[in-house]
Design a protein around this ligand. Sequence first.
Ligand code: SAH
Ligand code: SF4
Length: 379
Amino acid sequence: MTETSVEKVNLLGLTLPKMEAFCLSIGEKKFRGAQLVKWIHQQGVTDFDQMTNLSKSFRDQLKSIAEVRPPRVTFQGDSTDGTRKWLMEVDGGSKIETVYIPDGDRGTLCVSSQVGCSLDCSFCSTGKQGFNKNLTAAEIIGQVFLAAKSFGLPVKDSQKRSVTNVVMMGMGEPLLNFEPVVDAMALMLEDQAYCLSKRRVTLSTSGVVPNLNELAKVTDVALAVSLHAPNDALRNELVPINRKYPIAVLFDSIRNYLDGLSDNRSVTFEYTMLKGVNDSDALAHELSALAKTIRCKINLIPFNPFPGTDYEVSSRNRIYAFQRILLADGHIVTVRKTRGDDIDAACGQLAGQVADKTKRSARYIQLQDVTAQLDQVPH
Ligand code: SAH
Ligand code: SF4
């Protein structure tokens, strides 16, 4: 880490109220906060000298105590289908991934909230790598900042906007990095910054119930919940946090979140299709009955394999059969398209480079080694 990054306030991650408070704290007028937020997020300016409506003395003061510092892009890859992936280095040297997925007049950015993840879902490559650190608000919104800049501003004009949707579905569990995630999402919604609609910013969680209850008090973004199984026995196996917050408790918390919204939006359940594990007709019927107890949509995600996993993706026919059962019961069910295959950019499947602090990846690699050794035993 450089000396400046320790000493200087990174203005990139400050919400409008925090930017106003910062301005007041250094003897400037409150309205300078909105000017700074606009320069940074709508004009993409990081150099204080280019902020021409600020006085020279204010700019000099800013240069000595503040900075606008996004993560450093170390790799950018473009898929033939228009998907773009960035590898970005954050403070401490770890790498995170961010993916932009264009689809008609939509451009969805899949954003990371942590380096790695501590929750260890059995089919998730991020989880298997362990946990390294929480991203700062600047590192989270910095991904949106860099993506918007990379396609050319203006963010203000919704017709010409490149990033129209943001999903917190990259690396990490957003609810375990609460304040930075909430601040970054506030900037996504902020009129002076990215002015995205609350329907177009989605937080995805595996079900950290107390934090979801807190989230309901501070935001009204769209909610996605990683369900993956319709009963506790199977979900305990796939999503270990279910042992702490089982489905009934989780559903109460989701209902509470939906009740707090001013419109009748539903939750989106993500259900990763794992061959022979959670994709049977019986489980589709069980899921259908469970889904009838809440306002929801269901998104079936073909499992994305990664080195060392024993899981396999369900066949296309199985996924469609599963979908038909749910559709026949009147549910809204989509199957996620696989995008950016040629650059390894499936959303929710981002690898990054995690220097694991939980020692889990070491255990996992050991396991892989044992499997590899077994494979070498002559049969
Ligand atoms: N931690 C949050 C958000 C990040 S994961 C969560 O779990 O919701 C985003 C989505 O990708 C989740 O639904 C997750 O279950 C799914 N996912 C993880 N690994 C996957 C894989 N290998 N194949 C397909 N989907 C996966
Ligand atoms: Fe973490 Fe989400 Fe992966 Fe589970 S699926 S390990 S919560 S990133």
